[in-house]
Design a protein around this ligand. Structure first.
Ligand code: RI2
Length: 327
């Protein structure tokens, strides 16, 4: 991360650090935290001119944007708030930015609730749902189902390397759902018991491809082969507008120690440091599931076949996107 700008308030720096270190994680949660950080920047800014205030907000947005590259909810949130920053005085700019950030956060929560109600329509009493990673959008569908009194069971993939499936398992147990936790390798065997695969998304491309936690694509291919429908729960904030003009989504590569600890590395390479170069560890955080393996994308605007998501994307993000933090 670049050196802190003197005009950037500490809350922005700490939010950025927390996102980069995944203490704040999950595409929707990241978007919410980023909007809150911009509101705090606006509230505590000591800028003496409108130009300085605007520059500080852009710098804060850039700091937040540089944390993680794949979840488009982050730039979508930053753009939304910066576009809402209007006025000719510092006071007006401050107020409009805070109002816009708060509205964004409110809409985000409402969208997740609405999406959950729509997703719940797919689930029946006694259904078994297989999950991957931890997605608050996916869990919203399960929560809405359970609130109706419907009983569900879950097969939860642990989701290497960070085992974020444990977060899902904890939440589902809190809701009283019987959980079977499995290693990722066991997924195909347990698909025979599953009625649905339900996952979230970090980004959705214009062709309906789903970018989600590494391992989603393999799960989706196996689920198709087993005849188990794959449902992606994703608020429209996950739609990636740049993909309408041919851009691809950058896949984040994370630190190799998430896969191989220093001790494990030493055990493989032995004491011969000359072998170090011969062992490469790669740790992509996400993969791309082609639309043909996805049965439905559930958003707060309804359920869509992946191939038609571009229609919604055009409606919501018709304007070409810009990167106002680079201005
Ligand atoms: P919600 C997560 O990424 C997972 O890939 C999850 O499916 C996705 O974000 C969406 O999460 P990471 O931040 O927005 O854990 O549905 O790397 O909570």
């Amino acid at each position: 991360m670049a050196d802190a700008d003197p005009g950037t308030v500490p809350a922005v720096e700490s939010t950025a650090d927390n996102i980069a270190a995944m203490r704040i994680r999950g595409a929707a949660t990241i978007a919410d935290a980023a909007a809150a950080a911009l509101a705090t920047q606006a509230e505590r800014s000591a800028a003496e001119s409108p130009a300085e205030f605007r520059r500080q907000l852009r710098t804060a947005a850039r700091t937040l944007h540089e944390t993680r590259p794949t979840a488009v909810s982050l730039p979508n949130a930053l753009r939304y708030v910066l576009r809402g920053m209007t006025g000719d005085t510092v006071a007006d700019l401050r107020e409009s930015t805070i109002t816009c950030a708060e509205a964004f956060q409110r809409d985000l929560a409402q969208a997740q609730d609405r999406l959950g109600e729509i997703g719940a329509n797919r689930l029946r009493d006694g259904d078994v749902v297989m999950t991957h990673c931890h997605s608050t959008d996916a869990l919203s569908c399960l929560e809405a189902t359970l609130e109706d009194g419907t009983e569900l069971e879950a097969i939860v993939k642990e989701t290497r390397p960070r085992k974020q499936g444990h977060i899902t398992a904890r939440q589902l147990r809190e809701w009283g759902v019987p959980v079977t936790l499995i290693a990722d390798n066991a997924a195909r065997r347990y698909l025979d018991r599953a009625d649905h695969v339900l996952v979230g998304a970090d980004s959705i491309a214009a062709d309906g491809s789903v970018i989600n936690k590494i391992g989603t694509s393999g799960l989706a291919v196996n689920a198709r082969e087993r005849g188990v429908p794959v449902v992606v729960a994703a608020q429209t904030i996950k739609l990636h507008p740049d993909t309408m003009t041919g851009h691809t989504v950058e896949i984040e590569m994370r630190d190799e120690t998430e896969v191989l600890s220093d001790e494990e590395r030493a055990a493989i390479t032995g004491t011969d440091a000359s072998d170090e170069a011969g062992l490469t560890v790669e740790n992509p955080a996400f993969d791309v599931t082609p639309p043909r393996y996805v049965d439905a994308i559930v958003t707060e605007r309804g359920q869509f076949p992946p191939e038609s998501i571009v229609t919604l994307m055009r409606e919501l993000f018709g304007e070409p996107t810009d990167d106002p933090w680079d201005a």
